[in-house]
Design a binder for this molecule. Structure first.
Ligand SMILES: Nc1ncnc2c1ncn2[C@@H]1O[C@H](COP(=O)(O)OP(=O)(O)OP(=O)(O)O)[C@@H](O)[C@H]1O
Ligand SMILES: [Mg+2]
Length: 251
């Protein structure tokens, strides 16, 4: 079964950057086939890795609801969705991408969602790793799109609100009894002078402390230039990610 790494945290803390650097690390370290799942409706995981995404799960959901009455004889809704899913998976060397896209508009999507969930679970089994970049906030936890997770990583930056968000995430996963095997916290771009104070604030939540991703000019420049984070090498953030992933794999 695939090992799922889900990235979460407050808006703008560095979730997408973290997810991209994790995908890059797993790819570079030959850890087996990877599925990168962009579960943020603002969809930018693929963008920071410069992977074009022609179609999202949201598009397929809309298409299915629209086409359902016109399906050719012999084609079931399940066949249609399964065929559509193959167009959604973007294959690149060692990493496949799926983008969730926008959530549904008005209309009944329940059956489509149920089928999609089943197919997605089957699909995940063909990978060694699933890395999910989530939208900011907690909704993905309560919607249980983050139900089976081996490693949940909460990204915290300098903002005190990011710590509050980590606390709420802790409460939600505890109350929902989500199947989260390991809960980690990762500091991103934190001023070293504040590191200890932040660690102390986070300590009562019982997260495993993964380390700190430093602010990295090369990362900033690459994203600003619309270039892939795959091409950022031997910089403060990629070196830190090496330590972070080794620590994560030890848990
Ligand atoms: N360690 C870092 N070094 C340099 N730039 C960074 C770093 N972490 C994040 N950034 C930059 O900060 C901005 C926000 O980061 P990112 O998009 O990863 O946050 P996010 O949590 O995914 O945001 P959102 O909640 O909007 O999805 C981006 O422009 C990103 O390139
Ligand atoms: Mg993001």
């Amino acid at each position: 079964m695939a090992k799922v790494i889900a990235i979460t945290g407050k808006g703008g803390t560095g979730k997408t950057t973290t997810a991209a650097l994790i995908v890059k690390w797993l790819r570079a370290n030959a850890r087996g086939p990877i599925l990168a799942l962009d579960a943020d409706p603002d969809a930018n995981l693929a963008t920071v890795l410069a992977v074009p995404i022609p179609k999202t799960i949201g598009d397929l959901r809309e298409d299915t609801v629209r086409e359902i009455k016109k399906l050719p004889v012999g084609m079931t809704k399940a066949n249609y969705i399964q065929a559509g899913l193959h167009q959604i998976v973007v294959e690149t060397p060692k990493v496949d991408f799926i983008t969730m896209g926008r959530s549904e508009g008005p209309g009944c999507y329940c059956f489509v969602n149920t089928l999609l969930r089943e197919f997605a679970e089957d699909l995940e089994d063909s990978y060694e790793w699933v890395v999910t970049d989530n939208e900011a906030g907690l909704e993905h936890l309560s919607r249980r799109t983050t139900a089976h997770v081996n490693h949940l990583i909460v990204v915290v930056n300098n903002s005190p609100l990011a710590v509050d968000c980590a606390r709420r995430i802790h409460e939600v996963i505890t109350s929902l009894k989500n199947e989260v095997l390991h809960k980690h916290v990762l500091l991103n771009g934190v001023n070293p002078a504040r590191m200890e104070a932040l660690k102390q604030k986070l300590a009562p939540l019982g997260f495993n402390f993964l380390g700190c991703l430093p602010h990295d000019e090369a990362v900033e420049e690459q994203v600003f230039g619309g270039k892939s984070l795959y091409d950022v090498n031997d910089t403060p953030a990629t070196r830190a990610m090496d330590e972070i992933m080794k620590k994560l794999l030890e848990t």
